[in-house]
Design a protein around this ligand. Structure first.
Ligand code: BGC
Length: 777
């Protein structure tokens, strides 16, 4: 039970309503607080703020969205937290920024987010999101970075570093296995251990280990039946004990199911407010002995640490430099646009060409997704204006082409006819297509991956009228591109934030040479995708039946044709890759060296990718897996040595029997590539395996025993003595039947009854003990 608190701390007034953070730090510790005060620290006071303890000089701090801009509600927050927020720079959402494959760029964007948060007295910005894009159907894919954990982890770590460099905390979310929106507050993501570790947690692990976010936000969903908010394995064993997380776990807004078990599991701060109801539950649980008071001390202590970190934030001078941040948003958007195809070098456009600009998104861009991440932008560029600036009013004409708003009752046939007439009269047609805002949103999933029929019909008609048709896409998650073979050029513009319009013009006219690459595969059909049969789930469960075969890992394993592969993206210049050489460093990592040359006449940037594979692995593995990448700027004609660092830990697979990561020894193939299906050079490197073997038991199969470094040779020689017996048996079997293979799945504990005294129970036990002692020491 708590001692009487010592009310000795310096007094400071409440900052509860304003969010202003007092720099007036005190020496108050958790031991100074009453049980009730400690409990009160562990849940929100309002929708966005923690609670103060006024006498102790502990102010309330604000945590707010996030992730690609600051969404701070100006006045009273409505209970959904969706009302208008203060103007802030809307940077490209994750779907765009991730396509840059550039942690350094992400860090600069993060730093700008940190500055905006600091100016508004926000202690923690709720992002980035590092969930894997398991299916193109997830309504919230625009907030996530990739179908690959290394891309997600590396870029998200850059964002976290940037945000936190300004003394503002990041909140890595949504931890974990939150890969769909339907039923997200109840559904159980039923994931086997290998995919959970190797795909769904690996990116989070990378961010925690590399960037130590101040907070991690636990997801709404359950994982294998257990709510993330109550999962001590997830929140304590994995996150803290294994990965070394030092910060605070905050709930997603409303993610707490039962407060007492959640706190015991390591869920420190419940958001938003429960108006004290769950604080009272914690107090009662401590009083009745149901909850250890030390557990509450730990959680409240972490909240206090977070407050102290926020109070230590260095002064940032307001006001916000709106222009500078808009310029950064434009640079980031330019780096987010993927040039999918460019036949005959149709792009970049000549300023002297006349242009038919078609499609409502050219004038009214769709630049972010719906839900809690919606930023109130400081301004919004549109591509039409920017094209007019470059080509001149007289050479530019615009047609709306189609409608996206349910309120727009314009006639589709008439809109199409106007657009076609315009296309026929100009040198080129730039057709902006994309998903209406309601087609993808937080809170619900998509049902298909098709663009609206009216847009596809419009495009068909425009192509007939003008062969020089360029498609510019605006979509937060992948769409099917049935027209891909029929248009010469496609820009995948994703959602690009407030400067996306000008950035699109930058790329169309070559002011910016495109360098982004796909962080997710574009399939031909939804039916081809890995989670097609079990996405969404039923009865509160969604089975991750595709296992580790997510995204390109699936398409490659099934040798499926795709529209555009993971890692693909073109440039207005070309790059030559030299021979890759791979070696193991002193730390055991693999380093890949090669020379990359810009062989065109334009400056550019190439994302060089390294994939590994191990052909004789003892476990099922993808054909190849991304392990490292680098975004390399090269002037026209420039050559540069590129070094790709593959971490030894990233070569490991999760060994389910031993419950640990294992690096298998062997000859690893390292493919250096311009995309997952454009391998430019390969090297082989020998990697020593971990000094480890799965402990043998009587249940171990003969195959496992034979593969064991100590037991294997002993059993082999014992079996040599049985050769006569096996020969006899073989002689009565049909020709070619392999008796040794037949025995491979036999548990060694049961071999004795078949093979006699050479395999007595006693001898087997001795053998197993010696083998285990030899390999486990
Ligand atoms: C979302 C989070 C968000 C929070 C606060 C939740 O519904 O899942 O991503 O940070 O609301 O708006």
């Amino acid at each position: 039970m708590d001692a009487t608190p010592r009310r000795s701390a310096t007094h400071s007034f409440s900052t509860y309503e304003t969010g202003a953070i007092m720099t007036d730090t005190t020496t108050t510790t958790i031991a100074d607080l009453t049980l009730e005060e400690k409990a009160s620290l562990t849940s929100g006071g309002t929708f966005w703020m923690t609670k103060p303890v006024e006498w102790a000089g502990i102010p309330a701090i604000m945590l707010t969205d996030g992730p690609h801009g600051l969404r701070k509600q100006a006045g009273e927050s409505d209970h959904l937290g969706l009302a208008e927020s203060v103007p802030a720079t809307c940077f490209p959402p994750a779907v765009g920024l991730g396509s840059s494959w550039d942690a350094e760029l992400a860090e600069r964007v993060g730093a700008a987010l940190g500055v905006e948060s600091a100016i508004e007295n926000v202690a923690v910005l709720l992002g980035p999101g590092a969930n894997i894009k398991r299916s193109p159907l997830c309504g919230r894919n625009f907030e996530y970075l990739s179908e690959d954990p290394i891309v997600s982890g590396v870029v998200a770590a850059g964002l976290v570093r940037g945000i936190q460099s300004k003394g503002v905390g990041a909140s890595l979310k949504h931890f974990a296995a939150n890969n769909q929106e339907n039923d997200r507050m109840r559904s159980s993501s039923d994931v086997d251990e290998r995919p959970l570790r190797e795909i769904y947690l690996r990116g989070f692990q990378r961010v925690v280990e590399d960037a130590q976010p101040w907070t991690v936000m636990c997801a709404y969903n359950r994982i294998n039946g257990v709510y993330a908010s109550e999962d001590s394995w997830l929140l304590t064993q994995v996150l803290r004990d294994e990965w070394g997380f030092e910060g605070l776990v905050v709930s997603d807004w409303g993610a707490v199911n039962e407060r007492v078990p959640s706190l015991a599991a390591g869920m420190d701060l419940e958001m938003p407010t429960s108006d004290g109801a769950t604080d009272a539950q914690l107090v009662a649980a401590v009083k009745s002995g149901l909850l250890a008071s030390s557990a509450l001390d730990v959680a409240a202590g972490r909240v206090l640490d977070l407050v102290r970190k926020a109070q230590a934030r260095p002064e940032i001078s307001a006001p916000l430099d709106v222009d500078a941040h808009h310029a950064l948003a434009r640079e980031a958007a330019g780096r987010s646009i993927v040039l999918l195809k460019n036949d005959g070098g149709l792009l970049p456009l000549q300023k002297t060409s006349s242009v038919a600009v078609i499609g409502v998104f050219a004038e009214k861009p769709r630049y972010q997704g719906a839900g809690s991440s919606m930023i109130n932008p400081t301004r919004v560029d549109n591509a039409l204006d920017e094209i007019r600036v470059r080509a001149g009013e007289e050479r530019t004409a615009y047609a709306q082409g189609y409608t996206v708003s349910p309120k727009d009752t314009a006639d589709a046939a008439q809109l199409r006819a106007e657009a076609v007439k315009l296309a026929a009269s100009k040198d080129v047609a730039v057709v902006f297509l994309g998903l209406p805002a309601a087609a993808e949103s937080e809170g619900y999933d998509r049902e298909h991956i098709d663009l609206p029929d009216a847009q596809l019909e419009l495009l068909d008609a425009v192509i007939e009228a003008n062969q020089n048709t360029i498609v510019v896409l605006s979509n937060g998650s992948v769409v099917a591109l049935p027209f891909a073979d029929r248009v010469p050029a496609i820009l995948e513009g994703w959602l690009l934030g407030q400067a996306g319009g000008s950035a699109t013009a930058d790329v169309l006219y070559g002011t910016v040479n495109p360098s982004a690459k796909l962080t997710e595969t574009i399939p031909h059909r939804l039916e081809d995708t890995a989670a097609f049969l079990n996405f969404g789930g039923s009865d509160g469960h969604v089975r991750y039946g595709e296992g580790i075969f997510v995204g390109y890992r699936w398409f490659d394993a099934r040798a499926l044709e795709v529209a555009f592969p993971f890692g693909h993206g073109l440039s207005y210049t070309s790059f030559a890759y030299g021979d890759a050489v791979a070696s193991v460093t002193e730390d055991g990592d693999v380093e890949v060296h090669l020379t990359v040359t810009n062989i065109g006449d334009r400056d550019g940037r190439e994302v060089v990718q390294a994939y590994t594979s191990l052909s004789n692995s003892s476990v099922l593995r993808p054909v190849r897996e991304l392990k490292a990448f680098a975004s390399v700027a090269l002037a026209a004609g420039e050559s540069r040595e590129v070094v790709l660092a593959v971490r030894r830990a990233d070569l490991a697979y999760w060994n389910v029997r031993a419950q640990r990561w294992v690096v298998e020894g062997g000859e690893y193939v390292v493919d250096v590539a311009a995309s997952s299906r454009d391998i430019r050079s390969s090297a082989i490197v020998h990697v020593d395996g971990d000094a480890f073997a799965v402990p043998l038991t009587r249940e171990s199969s003969m195959a496992e025993v034979l593969a064991h470094p100590i037991a294997g040779p002993i059993v082999q020689s014992a079996m040599a003595g049985m050769a006569g017996m096996l020969d006899g048996a073989t002689s009565i079997m049909p020709e070619g039947v392999d008796m040794i293979r037949m025995m491979e799945s036999f548990p060694i504990g049961r071999i004795g009854m078949m093979a006699g005294k050479d395999f007595s129970a006693e001898k087997i036990d001795q053998l197993l003990a010696a083998a285990n002692a030899g390999t486990m020491s």
